[in-house]
Design a protein around this ligand. Structure first.
Ligand SMILES: O=c1[nH]c(=O)c2[nH]c(=O)[nH]c2[nH]1
Length: 304
């Protein structure tokens, strides 16, 4: 965030940014009989020479958040929304060109729709919101430099076998039994950092998502930690432009219900799906030799 410390007084203004949060944007392509929909939630934040607004109420440099909101819709109209990353790069380029803007943070969530109505008159222009995860993206600029994160959240996955957990330390408070066959379920939040901006964003997103899901399914899990490491590694194997992956996974515990009071065996069939508390495992995986880039992650809830 921007640090402005020049104004007199006993207090120093620390990092600050401002903009319009959660501009709900739906762009529809209707030029051909088969329409396309991009459904986004876009937030814009500016950093730079704005100290006078905080210290003195001088708004001479303050691009109104209302203007920032209008810019989202105007650029969506004039340039389209090819992908969240491409659209955020467009917004970032617009705002970084303003004289007192030294940095920007543009972020988006994208919600998926699937086509419905095949074989009816509504095909091509009818959609249902899917229960899929939300795609996320953040573009940040710092002067001439640009940083792009892709991501997803709410990707709920479950393995009904192929998961063990044993070998952990036992002390006087340990009651958990070791297991060589349990349910493994989680809701994946992942962020990944691209090393550049010349990327086929949709293909890269699909490549990372597929790698994450396949690694979850295909890894015989000795711990969620190990599965997550395999997922991050698979994402970077699949998409060379990805330099770093951050994954946050709640361990959605499934407890076998004791049915013995009813003179029934369980046999690994009936579970209580607990919603809390849950284990929370968070890990970052970086390509060896690639320098860290903390500015890409500024004010990003990387482990939401
Ligand atoms: O995959 C797991 N990792 C843990 O750290 C942990 N702790 C726990 O109680 N169950 C599990 N499972």
């Amino acid at each position: 965030m921007s640090s402005n410390t020049s104004l007199p007084g006993p207090y120093v203004l620390g990092p600050n940014q401002y903009g319009k949060a959660e501009c709900r944007l739906v762009r529809i392509e209707r030029d051909t009989p088969v329409h396309a929909i991009a459904d986004l939630n876009v937030s814009t934040q500016l950093r730079g020479d704005f100290a006078a607004a905080y210290a003195d109420g001088d708004n001479g440099h303050v691009h109104a958040t209302d203007t920032q909101k209008n810019t989202v819709y105007a650029l969506a109209r004039s340039h389209g929304v090819a992908s969240p990353e491409a659209f955020l790069l467009l917004l970032a380029d617009h705002w970084r060109a303003q004289p007192w803007v030294t940095g920007t943070q543009m972020s988006a969530e994208q919600y998926a729709w699937e086509r419905i109505g095949a074989g009816t008159g509504g095909a091509g222009h009818s959609f249902a919101r899917t229960g899929r995860e939300t795609r996320t993206a953040v573009v940040q600029t710092d002067g001439a430099e640009t940083f792009v994160l892709g991501g997803l959240t709410g990707l709920t996955v479950l393995k009904s076998t192929g998961s063990e957990f044993s070998g952990f330390p036992r002390d006087r408070f340990t009651t958990l039994a070791e297991t060589d066959d349990r349910i493994l379920a989680t809701s994946v939040t992942a962020w990944w950092r691209y090393s550049g901006t010349d990327v086929d964003w949709d293909a890269a997103h699909t490549g990372v998502r597929t790698a994450l899901v396949d690694a979850f399914a295909g890894t015989h899990s000795l711990a969620l930690q190990q599965t997550m490491h395999a997922m991050g590694a698979a994402a970077m194997d699949a998409v060379p432009e990805v330099a770093e992956v951050r994954i946050s996974c709640p361990n959605k515990h499934h407890f076998e219900v004791d049915l013995s009071p009813f003179e029934l065996t369980n046999g690994g069939t009936v579970f209580l799906a607990a919603d809390r508390p849950y284990g929370l495992i968070q890990a970052t995986l970086q390509r060896a030799g690639v320098p860290a880039e903390p500015r890409a992650w500024t004010a990003v809830p990387a482990f939401a």
